[in-house]
Design a protein around this ligand. Structure first.
Ligand code: ZN
Length: 401
């Protein structure tokens, strides 16, 4: 069938891209996977996804003044005077070089192991270690391409610090076009993992110990699911002053407060003292040029803000946009038809879309409860009552300002 064939082709081309270096992606293929082909998937996947849980289950933001329980700012890391070699995955990467390493979680049949590529650029000058992870969920493709473009754009002799990229963390899931590991577990619920737990625990532990612990900063790149799409946005624990400061480097990126939950890579990294955020870009199983460009630009501005690279012809500080947000849910089951588009500004009471009952012909409008902007939304599909349909954000000051 056409959709499967295209997905297969896309994956094959992604693999060849990552293995072969600078081959342009056939983005057009992904854009051609039409709406009608999607429908069969959408009806089957009505469960809630992390996009909703992540925001709704977060601890509330602390008020901006006075802040008795905000921990003291840690001492700034000691500035290394000279760039040094990076010891990673049993390999020494000298300053001023870029290389490709391999990570094997050692859970497979020994003779059949398929190592996961890890891209490393060690700058000629000292600086922080920035880590980029993609496809922790194997069907989330935009991040893979964001990491490829970001890393292959770097010039090792001009970089201060190191950038470590794992474009496809969940390689088995990626190869099957699945979000999950082969045992149906969600890898992003198992960090930092353990050596004696489930398959997911062991993979998580191996990645965390052999790669993530080397990071000073981590951007874990995800997408929405096939049923929901997002403006490019960060999920960040704005109650954590180090994380709040990190978000200031992301130019033109929506930032939503979310504490995350135990088991998530971002959460485990923060627990380990690594400044970490999640980037959400677009939908799963698609390659979306607009979302990819926004992600690459924002990561570039972050590296500039952190003193790792120097962007020419850029004036002014990065400008992230902070949002308070809420999900608006469908009150009836039926078929959702949206009236508004992603990114639209909406007013309180405005109709965002309708749920149409295919049997009784009743039309149930869904209205915005606040003024704001649509920062995430469900695509048209069959929904049940309670389905989170629209993520409405209102611009907010940075907490603590
Ligand atoms: Zn994800």
């Amino acid at each position: 069938m056409l959709y499967r064939w295209l997905t297969h082709l896309l994956r094959a081309s992604l693999i060849s891209t990552l293995c072969g270096g600078l081959v342009a992606l056939p983005a057009a293929y992904a854009e051609q996977t039409g709406e009608s082909d999607k429908q069969e998937v959408l009806v089957a996947e009505l469960a809630e996804d992390e996009n909703v849980e992540d925001v709704e289950h977060s601890d509330p933001l602390h008020s901006s003044d006075p802040e008795p329980d905000v921990p003291e700012q840690p001492e700034p890391p000691e500035q290394k005077q000279e760039a040094s070699s990076l010891e990673l995955l049993g390999t020494e990467v000298p300053p001023g070089t870029a290389t490709r390493l391999a990570w094997s979680p050692a859970i497979q049949i020994a003779g059949l192991t398929q190592p996961t590529p890890v891209l490393v650029v060690n700058g000629a000058k000292p600086g922080p270690n920035l880590c980029l992870t993609g496809a922790v969920h194997g069907d989330e493709l935009n991040g893979i391409e964001i990491i490829r473009r970001t890393m292959y754009d770097l010039e090792p002799d001009k970089l201060s610090g190191r950038v470590i990229g794992v474009p496809i963390v969940n390689l088995p899931g990626f190869q099957r076009g699945s979000r999950y590991l082969p045992d149906r577990r969600d890898l992003n619920r198992h960090f930092p993992g353990s050596t004696d737990g489930s398959l997911a625990d062991r993979i998580a532990h191996s990645l965390f110990e052999s790669v993530i612990r080397h990071c000073d900063m981590l951007v874990d790149i995800h997408t929405g699911s096939l049923k929901r799409t997002n403006l490019p946005q960060l999920r960040a624990d704005m109650n954590n002053p180090d994380v709040a400061e990190l978000t200031r480097g992301f130019d033109r990126m929506a930032v939503v407060h979310s504490t995350g939950s135990p088991g998530m890579l971002r959460y485990a990294a923060i627990e380990a003292g690594i400044r970490a955020v999640t980037m959400e870009a677009g939908e799963s199983l698609r390659i979306q040029e607009h979302q990819i460009k926004a992600g690459v630009n924002s990561l570039t501005s972050l590296m500039d803000k952190e003193g790792m690279i120097s962007r020419m012809f850029v004036w002014g500080d990065p400008e992230p946009v902070y949002y308070d947000s809420e999900w608006v849910r469908a009150e009836h089951g039926g078929i959702l038809f949206s009236e508004i588009k992603l990114g639209a500004k909406v007013g309180e009471g405005e109709i965002l879309g309708y749920v149409s009952d295919p049997i009784t012909n009743e039309q149930h409008p869904i209205r915005a409860r606040i003024d704001g902007r649509i920062i995430g939304m469900a695509v048209d599909q069959v929904v049940m009552a309670g389905f989170a349909a629209y993520h409405v954000g209102t611009e907010a000051e940075v907490p603590g300002e």
